[in-house]
Design a protein around this ligand. Structure first.
Ligand code: ADQ
Length: 489
């Protein structure tokens, strides 16, 4: 950081995402304590020395009073973070409602919510209004901090309305937008009542990025079929103005994982885990507890495997670490109890007085514990029903250079396109196929494991998060901003 500060000029990068990469806890009327979360995006941008990143987003807390807001703004400034204050009602309608109840399931091919049609229409409209209002509030903050020469990078499905709001303020502002989820087939996007408005707003950006070529293609098809615009090899053209659309597959900060494995505390943890599971093969699942991750399907496949392979009973253990998310949403509560029920049944069927086949944890693990688990795993199971990329598969590969374990990977994760040659690819809906692939993975000869691992390891260390961020921002810089914005309809 310090060496980079000495450089004469570093371009400012305003990174706009729904959540700031910090958790804020209020300690008093005007005092806050902050904890920086070392997520992928944070380490990706720390690694990019050409830019000086500022973060703009919601701090995840409701701060209704001016004193609290002022104090939090000041505390966040030290972390180069700028807050957007959203009240509870907006959070409910924009974040829980439109983002997580409508866009998230739709983009993962789970369709729109299907309650009573009239009620849905009404709540849909108010949620979309809140979504636009929240995006406008983000735009206000960005605009207040923008200086000429800055580049603005908007993230994810929460902020699809942001590029248009920003360009309305300033047509010269360089605006990029990146989607972390899949972009679905245009036939799916078509079902969304606000389909055109969102596409048009995203097109106001200068550069639009996705994890895979397929998502980019789906987006371009949506623009051509729904908006009647022209798709070109570079992107989408509207009355002579080009919005560049391309694939930028994300990666991880692989060096951080590899370094962690050398730490004494991680080594000790590895030793403990090895002793604990001696004589058994370790299988691992690490997911947020979300329907898109296919956790019930994974458990059913494991059950099928144990059913058909009595030899392996007692010789293999599945560690499923599932962080609860969105716990106030009924569907997520239902998923939790469904998962618990299946785990209970399998452990009841195949457990003994001294050992159970599945250890299921409803919580997150700290970074070092996670690295140790990745390192002792023989087979990782990633069975997402849809997943923009899936970084867990990358993290597993990064920690496996000693063991050369096997990755079973859903073909519906973006990662299948980069790690497909080394992984065993499966259709997570096909329980029998996944069960068979568990057998294949557990029995795989060392030579084949090594070959597959090397392929994936090479990819993971070569295509890092830093490289991803650098490529996106430099391509954004290369786009030509035309000071023209289509008249909105
Ligand atoms: P996510 O859906 O959150 O991300 P993923 O890419 O797998 O999915 O990243 C999850 C991150 O959380 C990983 O870094 C993982 O280590 C961590 N994590 C998950 N479960 C954990 C647990 N139990 N304990 C500790 N840590 C845990 C979204 C998209 C993805 C896309 C990313 C990045 O849904 O498809 O890859 O953004 O663009």
């Amino acid at each position: 950081e310090e060496a980079a500060v000495a450089r004469p000029f570093r371009q400012r990068l305003l990174v706009v995402a729904n959540r700031l990469p910090v958790s804020a806890i209020r300690r008093g009327e005007d005092s806050w304590s902050l904890e920086v979360s070392a997520g992928g995006l944070v380490s990706a941008l720390l690694g990019v020395k050409e830019f000086e990143a500022r973060w703009i987003g919601w701090a995840g807390v409701n701060v209704p009073d001016r004193i609290g807001q002022k104090a939090l703004t000041k505390a966040l400034a030290e972390k180069r973070c700028i807050p957007v204050f959203l009240d509870e009602e907006i959070v409910h309608q924009y974040y829980n409602g439109y983002c997580n109840n409508i866009l998230w399931p739709l983009f993962h091919y789970l369709g729109l919510p299907q309650e009573d049609r009239l009620a849905t229409t009404r709540s849909f409209q108010s949620q979309f209004a809140a979504y636009k209002k929240a995006n406008q509030m983000f735009a206000d903050v960005v605009n207040a901090h923008y200086e000429e020469g800055d580049v603005v990078w908007c993230h994810d499905y929460h902020l699809m309305y942001l590029p248009e709001c920003l360009k309305k303020y300033n047509t010269k502002m360089k605006v990029g937008w990146f989607l972390h989820t899949p972009f679905p087939s245009s036939e799916i996007h078509r079902t969304l009542p606000s389909r055109s408005e969102l596409l048009r707003s995203v097109l106001a950006a200068d550069l639009v990025g996705f994890h895979t070529y397929d998502y980019a293609r789906h987006f371009v098809s949506a623009c051509t079929r729904i908006l009647g615009l022209e798709g070109t090899p570079e992107g989408v053209e509207d009355q002579g103005r080009l919005t560049r659309v391309a694939a930028f597959p994300i990666g991880i900060d692989s060096a951080r994982f590899i370094r962690a494995l050398e730490l004494r505390q991680v080594q000790e943890h590895i030793k403990e885990l090895k002793e604990r599971f001696a004589g058994r093969k370790v299988m691992l699942g690490v997911d947020r507890l979300d329907m898109i991750k296919g956790i019930p399907q994974k458990l059913l496949a494991f059950e099928k495997f144990l059913e058909e392979n009595p030899y392996w009973r007692g010789k293999v253990v599945l560690l499923q670490i599932a962080v609860p998310t969105r716990t106030d949403v009924p569907e997520y509560q239902k998923l939790t109890s469904q998962v618990h029920e299946i785990v209970g049944r399998i452990n009841g069927r195949f457990g003994t007085l001294t050992a159970v086949p599945i250890h299921h944890l409803d919580r997150s693990l700290d970074f070092h514990a996670l690295c140790a688990l990745y390192a002792v795993t023989d087979v990782a199971l990633v069975t997402s029903l849809r997943d923009g990329m899936n970084l867990v598969s990358y993290e597993f590969v990064a920690c496996q250079d000693a063991k050369k374990g096997v990755l079973i990977l859903s073909e519906f994760a973006g990662a299948a396109q980069s790690l497909g040659a080394g992984a065993i690819l499966v259709n997570p809906w096909n329980i029998i196929e996944v069960a068979a692939s568990i057998g294949q993975a557990l029995n795989m000869p060392a030579e084949e494991r090594e070959k597959r691992h090397c392929h994936n390891f090479h990819h993971v260390i070569m295509h890092t998060a830093q490289e991803w961020a650098e490529t996106f921002v430099s391509e954004l810089n290369d786009t030509v901003v035309e000071a023209q914005l289509r008249s909105s309809e």
